[in-house]
Ligand binder design. Structure first.
Ligand SMILES: Cc1cc2nc3c(=O)[nH]c(=O)nc-3n(C[C@H](O)[C@H](O)[C@H](O)COP(=O)(O)OP(=O)(O)OC[C@H]3O[C@@H](n4cnc5c(N)ncnc54)[C@H](O)[C@@H]3O)c2cc1C
Length: 60
């Protein structure tokens, strides 16, 4: 549950950061673009969000 929550927060924060930087947030060489790209693996590696939800659902 903590992983899924953290991933959701990270998704939102990096999405908003790119939006805030506008075109620069989308360009290679800018840290914000790297953070946005790196963030995507968080909800895939170590168990995807969908599978985590399934596990949480079974435990409930
Ligand atoms: C860079 C990287 C690092 C990784 N590090 C680790 C690690 O440290 N430890 C570790 O254990 N694993 C790690 N993995 C493996 C990672 O957990 C798997 O990629 C993950 O289990 C998804 O498997 P898959 O890529 O084969 O996708 P698939 O299983 O083919 O899934 C594709 C999509 O379908 C969804 N999906 C699949 N089955 C269901 C279902 N029953 N219900 C709903 N949706 C479903 C998935 O959530 C995903 O969105 C890493 C992967 C990468 C790419």
């Amino acid at each position: 549950m903590a992983k899924n929550f953290s991933c959701a927060v990270s998704d939102r924060v990096t999405y908003d950061a790119v939006q805030l930087f506008g075109g620069y947030g989308y360009m290679r060489g800018y840290l914000v673009e790297r953070l946005y790209r790196d963030n995507r693996i968080l909800s895939i590696g170590g168990g995807t969000t969908e599978i985590m939800k399934e596990i949480i659902g079974k435990l409930m």
